[in-house]
Every structure is written in structure tokens, then in C-alpha cells.
Design a binder for this molecule. Structure first.
Ligand SMILES: NC(=O)c1ccc[n+]([C@@H]2O[C@H](COP(=O)([O-])OP(=O)(O)OC[C@H]3O[C@@H](n4cnc5c(N)ncnc54)[C@H](O)[C@@H]3O)[C@@H](O)[C@H]2O)c1
Length: 245
């Protein structure tokens, strides 16, 4: 039996990241990065180990370069390398620009954009040497279209798209593909906190007239991670029920 491939999922113990971890664990050993909700992380580790995957739980703040360096060092010393990085960790701190504090702008950039840059940089080093690998980042429809009250989030997610295209060009010759997934409105704890009238307003903007589920994103992630997507790089795949049409 060939050795299982190795994947790292940031923010992988909740929401979309958790379902990505569950989906990938059918084929991969998984390193699950988390920053809070330790109990959920431990429960997920048990669940995936029962499915036959080796699981590394790594507590790290992706907006901190030392934390990220230690996380990649642990992966290197345990597994020797990494085949797949999924940049999923993300936060929102919404407000209209007139009320948005510089701290709330910077806080979202630090996690969503700089954190993705740190992980991309550290994964690039490992994957370039091996001359194989895949990097997938979860951006958002908001990074493509903007959204009222989300200047910080839109800037961070648009930045992830720019980095994805750039890194795809830098690493193409090394047989490393770099892609992004842009979900629309997916039902998770992040979106459950929205008021009902906002959810109804959003629903009216979705041509398919239904919200997405985390598994809709996880399946596209599994496709981009698979050999079937070996010749796809620098792309942003929308998973949004038609919002991007
Ligand atoms: N839910 C949606 O509708 C939707 C739509 C578009 C994009 N997204 C993106 O999908 C990703 C997952 O979101 P979700 O909806 O599952 O929400 P979520 O809050 O469940 O997931 C985000 C995860 O990131 C982790 N995280 C936050 N800050 C971190 C840090 N500094 N270091 C490490 N981990 C950190 C959180 O603890 C959490 O586990 C995010 O990047 C989000 O922006 C979600």
C-alpha cells in the first residue's frame, strides 16, 4: 500500500475547515491547525483516527510568523513534508468604513491575508524542494464583488486572490499548483450569527435560492487536491449557487 499523502488545514476544527478535514481524511493524513475550541479539535482528531487517518493537532495563530514556523517545523519533523496546504482560517470584524477602527481593519488583514502569506511562504519552501504539491486558499465572493460593511474582509480576500495568481506563476515550474475557492453564502457558525432579515436579503441575491453547505466547498477542495486537477493552477473557483454570474 502506498503511503498516505499529508495535508495541513488551517482553522480546521470548525465550520468549512472541519468538513474539509473530514473529506480529505479519506485519503490524507491531516494536520489540523486551530487557535481556539480545543475540545472540538480533540473530538475531530478521534473521529478521523477512527477513519484510519493519522492526525496532528497543532495550536497556532496563523497571524504570528513564529507560530507558523513552529507549525511547519512540527510537520517536517513528523512527516518529512507536506503535499497539500488548505488556507482556511479566517475572521470577520464588520462595520461601515466610517465606524471601522484601524485595529479592526488591521486585525482582519493580519489573519486572512498575512496569515495566508505566512503559510504559503512556508509551504512553498517544502513543496518547491519536493517539486510537487498543491496550495488551496478559501477566499470569498466578497473578495470578487465587495460587500457593504466588509472593507477589511473584502481587501483581505481580494488580496488572497492576487497572491494565489502570483504564487501560481512562481511555482508552476516546480509542479506546485495554487488555486482558490470563492464560496458565496455557506451555512456555518460564521454566518449563523447574521440577523434573519440580512439572511433573507442575501437569499434573494442567490440565483439557486438556497444557501450552500460546508460539504459543497469541501468537495471542490477535494477535487482541486486530486490528480484530476493537476493541470489547473491560478484559478478561483466560485461555489456560490450562481452569485458570481
Ligand atoms: N461561511 C461562509 O459563508 C463563507 C463564505 C466565504 C468564505 N468563507 C471563508 O471560509 C473560511 C472558513 O469560515 P467558516 O465559515 O467555516 O467559519 P469558522 O469561524 O467556523 O472558521 C474559521 C476558522 O478559522 C479559525 N481562526 C481564526 N483566527 C485564526 C488564527 N489567527 N489562527 C488560526 N486559526 C484561526 C477559527 O478558530 C475557525 O476555526 C474563512 O476563511 C471564511 O472567510 C466563509
Amino acid at each position: 500500500m502506498s503511503e498516505r499523502k499529508k495535508a495541513l488545514i488551517t482553522g480546521g476544527n470548525t465550520g468549512i475547515g472541519k468538513v474539509i478535514a473530514e473529506t480529505l481524511a479519506e485519503e490524507y493524513d491531516v494536520a489540523i491547525n486551530y487557535i481556539s475550541q480545543e475540545e472540538e479539535a480533540e473530538d475531530l482528531k478521534k473521529e478521523l483516527e477512527e477513519q484510519g487517518a493519522a492526525v496532528l493537532l497543532i495550536k497556532a495563530d496563523v497571524s504570528n510568523f513564529d507560530d507558523c514556523t513552529k507549525m511547519f517545523d512540527e510537520i517536517k519533523s513528523t512527516w518529512g513534508g507536506l503535499d497539500l496546504l488548505v488556507n482556511n482560517a479566517g475572521i470577520t470584524k464588520d462595520n461601515l468604513i466610517l465606524r471601522m477602527s484601524p485595529e479592526d481593519f488591521q486585525g482582519v488583514i493580519d489573519v486572512n491575508l498575512t496569515g495566508t502569506f505566512y503559510c504559503m511562504k512556508l509551504a512553498s519552501r517544502m513543496m518547491s524542494k519536493k517539486r510537487s504539491g498543491k496550495i488551496i486558499s478559501i477566499t470569498s465572493i466578497v473578495g470578487l464583488h465587495g460587500n457593504i460593511g466588509q472593507t477589511n474582509y473584502a481587501a483581505s480576500k481580494a488580496g488572497v486572490i492576487g497572491m494565489t495568481k502570483t504564487l501560481a506563476k512562481e511555482l508552476a515550474g516546480r509542479n506546485v499548483t495554487v488555486n482558490a475557492i470563492a464560496p458565496g453564502f455557506i451555512r456555518t457558525a460564521m454566518t449563523d450569527q447574521l440577523k434573519d432579515e440580512i439572511k433573507e436579503g442575501l437569499l434573494s441575491t442567490i440565483p439557486m435560492k438556497k444557501f450552500g453547505e460546508a460539504k459543497d466547498v469541501a468537495k471542490v477542495c477535494a477535487f482541486l487536491a486530486s490528480e484530476d486537477a493537476d493541470y489547473i493552477t491560478g484559478q478561483v473557483l466560485s461555489v456560490d449557487g450562481g452569485m458570481n454570474i
